[in-house]
Design a protein around this ligand. Sequence first.
Ligand SMILES: NC(=O)c1ccc[n+]([C@@H]2O[C@H](COP(=O)([O-])OP(=O)(O)OC[C@H]3O[C@@H](n4cnc5c(N)ncnc54)[C@H](OP(=O)(O)O)[C@@H]3O)[C@@H](O)[C@H]2O)c1
Length: 253
Amino acid sequence: MPYDLSGQCAFVSGASSGLGRRFALVLAQAGAKVAIAARRADRLRELRREIEGFDGRAIPIALDVQDAASVREAVAQAETELGAITILVNNAGIAIPKPFLETEEADWDAIVGTNLKGAWLLAKEVANHMARLGHGGSIINVASIISDRVIGHNAVYGAAKAGIVHLTRAMANELARHQIRVNAISPGYITTEMTQGFIESGEAENIRKRIPLRRLGAPEDLDGALLLLASEASSFMTGSVITVDGGQSVNPL
Ligand SMILES: NC(=O)c1ccc[n+]([C@@H]2O[C@H](COP(=O)([O-])OP(=O)(O)OC[C@H]3O[C@@H](n4cnc5c(N)ncnc54)[C@H](OP(=O)(O)O)[C@@H]3O)[C@@H](O)[C@H]2O)c1
């Protein structure tokens, strides 16, 4: 079973909705014990019930990735209750679409603080545990095709995601000596709460026409990339960025 994660302990940030919720379910179905972390505790409790419904193991953990103390406490709680973390899915993120000239310092702080600083804080905390315990592991960062393409009204978000791609490569280089692999998934348009407003605005139809596979993605379209990167099937991969976008980034202008 190349994607069997029995005996593994995963930590998923932003597990209360969208991609993170799906990532947690898929890792639990593959046999991993999963720490499901976010700010909305009610959503996490509901997800735990769903995972326990198929005899999986999950614990909800309160986490604000912008707060270093919260990150430290969340990782400590996960390790105390589930055991040493061997898989981190660094997924928590927000977007605040706005024309560049209207972006405010508070937008920058929230977007960069969550998507980039938050991911750095959590990766550093988990990687330190992995390195100290010496068991290695897999860190999966969640980037975006916007990390190297421009779309309107998302300059700060794109800059933060470009930072995630760089962080992924730099971490892969430095952490390989600890047997910690670091890769990223770079999704295109996936239907979640983050993209709901945009989809309801009718803009999605224009985007769909520019995607060679002619549809937006669903969270389950990322299952394959997730299981590949989380499992030993990717044991010789580190510093890679896997694009999952229906071909949108190879569509000629
Ligand atoms: N959907 C797409 O098309 C798409 C494309 C490319 C990349 N992405 C990336 O995929 C990731 C997941 O996005 P999504 O589409 O699933 O959006 P979503 O449904 O809005 O989920 C975002 C998740 O992040 C969590 N989060 C936000 N701020 C947080 C904080 N300060 N501390 C802890 N958790 C926080 C939210 O939980 P709480 O609010 O409960 O804390 C929620 O669980 C993000 O990094 C996003 O940038 C999405």
